[in-house]
Design a protein around this ligand. Structure first.
Ligand SMILES: [Zn+2]
Length: 594
């Protein structure tokens, strides 16, 4: 290592030790860089009792961008015998090379272990296996550990009871952390927790509880962690919590923040298409998806738009109607167990090595060799998967899948980009769909207004008598900030002969869209959203939130207003999203008056 580089790294280690409170600023400012092989000794001397072996390892790992090797986390132990000569700190059960001098640590290590390790630098730090286990035990026995566990468990159960999809634990400076829950897609600050001297539970105790649950090494926080653990739900069924830990910089130091996601929690367990509460026409199209025998059906929408719920509902419906059909899924991850359906979990990048190379593409190939009727491919991310899914679709298997595109028509260009011929798309795409979830306005505290006088800029497009709802942002006992629950906005486009021909002829998305726009049989996302607004299910503001711009209302649609107030008619039922009959009426008005 060059002199200049060594000094730079040394300063980084010092800075880290200063941030963690081991070294005074004055020491950091005045100490010069010793010879490479003296550096670690010098640090130990300077740090004194405050410098634990773990902390030193952490500081070195940080400066050199190394992974701390832990046999608990990484599985196979190192070949210690050969390596120990060069390892420091044997007596502390912490083995680490001195990254300032060690030229070829790799040579000392078992090559099989190295292949598994996410080595980024040329040194490895190892916290001996006893250390992790000892910590775990300690934290369980330790009184503060027990108190900390109670606090964390309360945060978790509160979030689950509130129906939150996410829980965030964020340091906000001083001795405080802020607990936030995501409910109905919106993040709410719930509670501020502050360290109090007399109770003795510090934020580190709380962090260790979470790390312990994830079976991660406790005590080291300045790193990224993506992990998971299970908690027992109300009916004692275990549900999975995904955990991301990331240090955030506050008050001049790094402190860990936690982002927890409850898998499967956001999904209402819907088993029938009617439970999705979509407009009648859309429900009918979803019903026809259940009759698919071959080809592709693609669902799109951003993360958190309810795609999984829609797909699970369709699979449940298919199983209920056609119990003799074999339905198999490939998912990343499996979010809910479905009765009568064979679900396979595809691992994500991190632990792919432990999943015997199973990915979406090889999974589809394996399924095609069995007598499967319907395949769910969790997501098409690459060309290999796209081509294999298409192969399955054109050899007599119904394939449901998802893609990341803005709207349903985006599927065509996206699949073409992934190497699928447009002629194939024209023949084998069966349905394309896009969806969003919009907040429903609270029926207890919202206000009814005349749209044309309330929204002056829409005056010329609106029927004078049209009534819409405006949220009371202060909320009431029944809602949060004027909204309660969410409702689907959905476009489902069946591929008819005109569309097929257009795609086959290489029509642009713009041309396809123009075709859909002039045909009343198609209900596009914004038309659907408009229906919900005019019927008082949601507000213009909530829709602008979803679509991300000052929502442009299509002119022709605004003349369809119906003086009947559907909102108040349905307000006394528990769910005031449209009932089938009413939405049917509304849709026929839509057709008649245009
Ligand atoms: Zn309310």
């Amino acid at each position: 290592m060059k002199q200049q580089q060594r000094i730079h790294k040394f300063r980084q280690v010092l800075e880290y030790l200063h941030q963690t409170g081991v070294l005074e600023q004055a020491t950091v400012n005045h100490i010069g860089c010793p010879e490479a092989d003296k550096i670690v000794d010098r640090l130990i001397q300077l740090g004194g009792e405050k410098l634990s072996p773990e902390l030193l390892a952490e500081a070195l790992a940080e400066a050199f961008d190394l992974e701390i090797y832990s046999s608990e986390r990484h599985g196979t132990p190192l070949c210690k015998d050969e390596a120990e000569k060069d390892w420091l700190y044997a007596k502390h059960k912490l083995f680490l090379t001195n990254p300032f001098v060690s030229p070829a640590v790799r040579g000392l290590l078992n090559s099989e272990v190295l292949a598994k390790m996410p080595l980024k630098g040329y040194g490895v730090l190892q916290v001996a296996e006893q250390s992790g286990a000892r910590n775990a035990k300690q934290y369980k026995e330790n009184a503060h550990g027990v108190a900390a566990e109670k606090i964390v468990m309360k945060w978790l159960t509160d979030a689950v009871h509130a129906g939150a999809s996410d829980l965030q634990i964020i340091p906000i400076g001083g001795n405080s952390v802020l607990i936030k829950q995501r409910i109905d897609g919106k993040l709410h600050p719930i509670h501020e927790w502050t360290y109090k001297d007399d109770e003795g539970v510090s934020y580190k105790h709380l962090c260790n509880v979470i790390l312990n649950e994830c079976k991660q090494v406790t005590g080291t926080f300045n790193r990224l962690i993506d992990s998971h653990f299970k908690i027992a739900g109300e009916d004692n069924a275990k549900s999975e919590v995904r955990v991301s830990m990331r240090p955030i910089f506050i008050d001049g130091a790094n402190k860990p923040a936690f982002f927890l996601r409850f898998l499967g929690s956001g999904h209402v367990r819907t088993t029938k298409i009617a439970d999705l509460k979509v407009l009648e026409n859309t429900a009918r199209l979803l019903q026809s998806i259940t009759m698919m025998t071959d080809g592709l059906c693609v669902f799109t929408g951003p993360t958190g738009a309810g795609k999984t719920t829609t797909i699970y509902t369709i699979l449940n419906e298919i199983h209920r109607r056609y119990p003799y059909k074999s339905i198999q899924t490939l998912e990343d991850p499996v979010e809910q167990n479905l009765q009568g359906i064979e679900q396979t979990q595809i691992s994500n990048g991190e632990d792919r090595a432990h999943n015997n190379g199973l990915d979406f593409e090889s999974g589809i190939r394996s399924m095609m060799r069995t007598d499967v009727d319907l395949i769910l491919v969790g997501e098409i991310r690459d060309s290999r998967t796209a081509k294999q899914a298409m192969r399955a679709g054109l050899t007599g298997h119904g394939v449901l899948t998802t893609l990341h595109t803005v709207d349903a028509l985006g599927v065509i260009d996206r699949l073409a980009d992934l190497g699928i011929e447009k002629t194939q798309l024209a023949s084998w795409l069966r349905f394309i769909s896009a969806q969003r979830l919009v907040a429903k306005v609270c029926r207890h505290c919202s206000q009814e207004v005349e749209a044309s006088s309330y929204y002056k800029h829409l005056k010329h497009q609106l029927d004078v008598a049209q009534k819409v709802r405006v949220a009371n942002l202060d909320g009431c006992a029944y809602c949060r900030g004027g909204y309660h629950g969410r409702c689907l906005i959905m476009e489902v486009i069946p591929m008819d002969s005109t569309l097929r021909k257009l795609i086959n002829d290489g029509a642009s998305t713009y041309e396809l869209r123009a075709h859909l726009k002039q045909d009343d049989n198609y209900l596009l996302l914004e038309d659907y959203a408009l229906q919900l607004w005019l019927q008082g299910v949601t507000t213009l503001e909530a829709l602008a939130d979803i679509f991300g711009y000052a929502w442009g209302v299509p002119k022709h649609s605004l003349t369809l207003s119906d003086t009947d107030n559907h909102f108040s008619r349905t307000a006394d039922t528990d769910s005031y999203c449209l009932s089938a009959r009413q939405s049917n009426n509304q849709l026929s008005h839509y057709g008649e008056r245009k």
